[in-house]
Design a protein around this ligand. Structure first.
Ligand SMILES: Nc1ncnc2c1ncn2[C@@H]1O[C@H](COP(=O)(O)OP(=O)(O)OP(=O)(O)O)[C@@H](O)[C@H]1O
Ligand SMILES: [Mg+2]
Length: 229
């Protein structure tokens, strides 16, 4: 399958789900209980979030390949960004335990808040997609040297050893995820965003046991100006 077709298929799936669910609601609304309406509305919400994430990923990918992503850096509270993003992602799966342990964070970080949030959403949505909805996700931060390490760890299906070296390449998907939807673009973009910040993305995984993704972000330099880009 060529790449444009693959992307079109990825967009089509959540859109078809939204279409079918919304039609069901319109046609049968008077016969459905409040609970049934709520369940369908939640599915529509999840599918539209997926669509939104996909479109953002595709747009950012094409901007990245054209060299068109520039950092719009500013001061922000990284801890607040992490808590808010985890809460928003967690709302999609109420049974999913999220364990946050945020340590060693400076009060203020300098970086592109929107891009860093996008990178975190990509990593969190992978942790959620590739593990059961009742399996916990640990989100921790700590400082090592001048680097902030933001770790997202799941207990899901893991990544086969032979796929690990290729996993951040655009369009690459693991052998064990073919039945699950995805473009293979997310991690390449998250990696790129962290590199733009002078950071990095590390992935450790064991198939069948889970995956640990570490986002490395340099702390603000002593003059308080910016990261080196
Ligand atoms: N937490 C994880 N657990 C298991 N496999 C993962 C995890 N995160 C990434 N992967 C593997 O890395 C591949 C690339 O991830 P990436 O986010 O780039 O693409 P995707 O998830 O397949 O697609 P999309 O980001 O469009 O949803 C995935 O297809 C999967 O094989
Ligand atoms: Mg992904």
């Amino acid at each position: 399958m060529d790449r444009v077709t693959l992307l079109a298929h990825q967009l089509k799936a959540p859109l078809s789900a939204i279409n079918a669910l919304a039609q069901g609601l319109v046609r049968r609304a008077d016969r459905l209980s409040t609970q049934e309406i709520r369940a369908k509305a939640e599915k529509i919400w999840r599918a539209s979030l997926r669509l939104d994430e996909l479109i953002d990923t595709i747009l950012s990918y094409s901007r990245a390949t054209a060299g068109g992503i520039v950092l719009n850096s500013g001061e922000f509270d990284l801890g607040e960004l992490i808590r808010r993003t985890c809460r928003e992602q967690g709302e999609q799966e109420p049974d999913r335990p999220f364990h946050l342990q945020l340590r060693g964070l400076p009060k203020i970080v300098i970086g592109d808040q929107i891009l860093l949030e996008q990178a975190l959403v990509i990593v969190l949505s992978n942790a959620m997609k590739y593990s059961r909805p009742d399996q916990p996700i640990e989100v921790t931060t700590r400082k090592r040297g001048s680097m902030i390490r933001l770790v997202v760890q799941d207990q899901g299906i893991g990544i086969p050893e032979r796929d690990l070296p290729l996993i951040t390449q655009p369009f690459f998907r693991g052998q064990n995820v073919k039945k699950l939807p995805g473009t293979g673009l997310g991690l390449s973009l998250a990696w790129y965003i962290l590199k733009l910040h002078g950071g990095d993305l590390e992935i450790e995984s064991q198939e069948g046991h889970g995956t640990k993704v570490t986002m490395l972000l340099p702390e603000m330099n002593t003059t308080g100006l910016s990261y080196s880009i």
